[in-house]
Ligand binder design. Structure first.
Ligand code: SF4
Length: 465
């Protein structure tokens, strides 16, 4: 029998209220405090009580995923912050130091701020809260869904969680984004993302989702919802007051002819192992919605093929479709979590080759970079040169998809922009076209391109970003 749990969030000011943290040495606790001044921190009582193995601290993967660690910021920054906090410096001085450190952590990677925001035909004004990077898919960022059940410090939304962005993306409940979607019949997929849209109340969810049942949205066939809720607050679907209502909403969309895909952020098989997590999965599936899983590969959490193998196997047996292994982006606590691309590929391959065909729905390791979603297909040797075989899963130009291209093998590279074309080529095949696409966009949306980040030569070096 699953008992109802009342959600309790813990933020930076609540560290002393987490009884389990009393077990850890004082210096380690102070380090958590120091780093959580810079990077986002938020967790809840379910994660603390049921997912973290407190007998395995600090190595427990859920602990690493949840609590900021000393190595996540540079020593110099850590020491500066530690001094300021020990000296009980003024709030203003601490905030100034924090801001400076945050800006050094690439808070807006891959043109997130500007490159994909569309405009409405009738007034030529941007549609805030929508990104339209690939022809058939639009991303919607509801304003009420800008927080998340987890605050992963590698998340490319971390800057938003600490209030660095003015929620430029966040759409409100106005009909602007709906108008845009009505005008663009080529869009068949809408991805609700955030943060985590499932932090929204049922009423808000209905405001965003039920309009898609109207005939003018017939072209929107698939509704995806990116969420950590099934992993970090499964009670949302089981015992919370609105649980049944949320399920009825999914059911209504499915009965109305929509494919509802819950894009579950699962980083480790532990998140699927509790009775409540399993029950949440079953209840979501009972509505006709499908759960697909995605996760970045990150050091200290899941940089081991055995973890992925078990996670994919457990997912398949629970009816979840393994979907993506991502490479975490060049932002936030990247230095702490990053692993070289060749290693990510080896881990993917070692896990992939041991799961059955049902688990081989997963794609990866994949980088969501400025030109598109680029996957590492393999490592091989061609005419004596060792190379990475790369491929676009999605491209700003759909014609780039499934055109293999080659980069020099490099054991240090951790992101696409560090790779160089193989076979003596100067640029990757898409570079000129990408530049033109971005320039056209900049000409059209001058008011959006005031940061020049995407057109920067350095950014486009080697055709990647
Ligand atoms: S669960 Fe996903 S969206 Fe939420 S913070 Fe982590 S990576 Fe970001």
């Amino acid at each position: 029998m699953i008992k109802k749990k009342q959600m309790r969030f813990y933020g930076i000011r609540d560290l002393s209220k987490i009884p389990q943290l009393k077990k850890i040495p004082k210096d380690d606790l102070f380090a958590i405090k120091v780093v959580s001044h810079v990077l986002p921190f938020r967790t809840n009582n379910y994660v603390v009580e049921e997912l973290i193995d407190w007998d395995n601290i600090p190595n427990d993967p859920m602990f690493q995923l949840t609590f900021p660690q000393k190595g996540m910021i540079e020593d110099e920054h850590f020491n500066l912050m530690a001094d300021l906090l020990k000296k009980k410096t003024s709030k203003e001085e601490i905030q100034a130091a924090v801001n400076k450190i945050r800006l050094s952590l690439n808070p807006h990677p891959a043109g997130q701020m500007t490159a994909n925001v569309p405009v409405l035909e009738e007034d030529d004004e941007p549609v805030r809260g929508v990104q339209h990077k690939y022809r058939e898919t639009a991303l919607v960022f509801p304003s009420a869904g800008q927080t998340c059940h987890a605050y992963c410090t590698f998340c490319f939304r971390w800057a938003q969680f600490v209030g660095m962005t003015d929620l430029k993306f966040a759409t409100d409940e106005s009909s602007r984004f709906q108008k845009y979607l009505k005008q663009h019949k080529e869009i068949s997929n809408v991805l609700f993302t955030g943060g985590d849209p499932m932090v929204m109340t049922l009423k808000k969810l209905e405001v965003f989702l039920t309009p898609f049942l109207k005939p003018e949205f017939e072209h929107i066939r698939n509704i995806r919802i990116g969420t950590k809720s099934a992993a970090y607050w499964p009670y949302k679907f089981v015992t919370d007051d609105e649980a049944d209502g949320v399920l009825r909403l999914f059911e209504k969309l499915v009965k109305g002819g929509k494919h509802v895909a819950i894009m579950g952020h699962y980083n480790h098989w532990v998140e699927l192992s509790t009775p409540i997590a399993r029950e949440a999965v079953k209840r979501i599936q009972s509505t006709g919605a499908v759960i697909r899983s995605q996760s970045p590969i990150v050091k200290h959490v899941n940089d081991d093929p055995a973890i992925w193998r078990r996670m994919w196997k457990d997912q398949v047996s629970q009816g979840i479709i393994p979907y993506y292994m991502f490479v975490e982006r060049d932002t936030g606590a990247k230095n702490y979590f990053e692993i070289p691309l060749y290693q990510a590929y080896n881990i993917f391959r070692d896990a992939y080759k041991t799961v059955s065909g049902l688990g081989r729905t997963v794609r990866g390791p994949s980088m969501s970079a400025l030109p598109g979603k680029v996957i590492i297909e393999g490592v091989t040797e061609i005419y004596g040169e060792k190379v990475f075989i790369l491929n676009f899963l999605q491209g700003r130009n759909p014609d780039w998809v499934k055109r293999p291209f080659f980069a020099k093998y490099d054991e240090k590279a951790t992101w696409l922009n560090q790779l160089k074309p193989a076979f003596g080529k100067k640029e990757f095949f898409y570079k000129d076209e990408l530049k033109k696409i971005l320039e056209d966009r900049a000409a059209k949306d001058k008011h959006l391109f005031n940061e020049k980040e995407e057109l920067d030569d350095e950014h486009l070096a080697a055709g990647a970003a």
